[in-house]
Design a protein around this ligand. Structure first.
Ligand SMILES: [Zn+2]
Length: 122
């Protein structure tokens, strides 16, 4: 039987951030992840246009660095490589992070925690 859990959205009074209560350990969900963002060609094309737009808007050069949290298989960061903008992906799922690494995208296999920031040099 497929497991299921309560859906109870928690809303921050200060900033209206909505989060779910942690019913399952993140490691249980994300260690081996089944979703690869690059499978959606329209999403990848949207990401390509976004990277070109944001490079111009923020005047990103080779001295900048783009960090993406939950970078999946590199569907977004791959588009910064031909634009000569350095990137670092942070992705907890080792199987999708490996696909990003095969695209020459430096990717840390980490959850977003202070240790991940230190490892990324942030
Ligand atoms: Zn808040």
């Amino acid at each position: 039987m497929e497991p299921y859990y309560p859906l109870h959205a928690l809303v921050c009074d200060g900033c209206f951030l909505v989060q779910l209560k942690e019913y399952v350990q993140p490691e249980h969900i994300f260690t081996e992840y089944a979703y690869f963002s690059a499978y959606s060609t329209s999403w990848v094309e949207h990401a390509r246009r976004y990277c070109e737009m944001i490079k111009t808007r923020w005047v990103l050069t080779e001295t900048a660095a783009v960090y993406e949290v939950a970078s999946n298989d590199g569907y977004l960061l791959q588009h910064f490589l031909p634009l000569a903008v350095p990137v670092v992906g942070i992705e907890p799922a080792a199987n999708v992070a490996e696909v990003a690494r095969q695209k020459n995208i430096p990717t840390l296999v980490e959850f977003l925690r202070p240790e991940a920031g230190a490892a990324a040099g942030v």
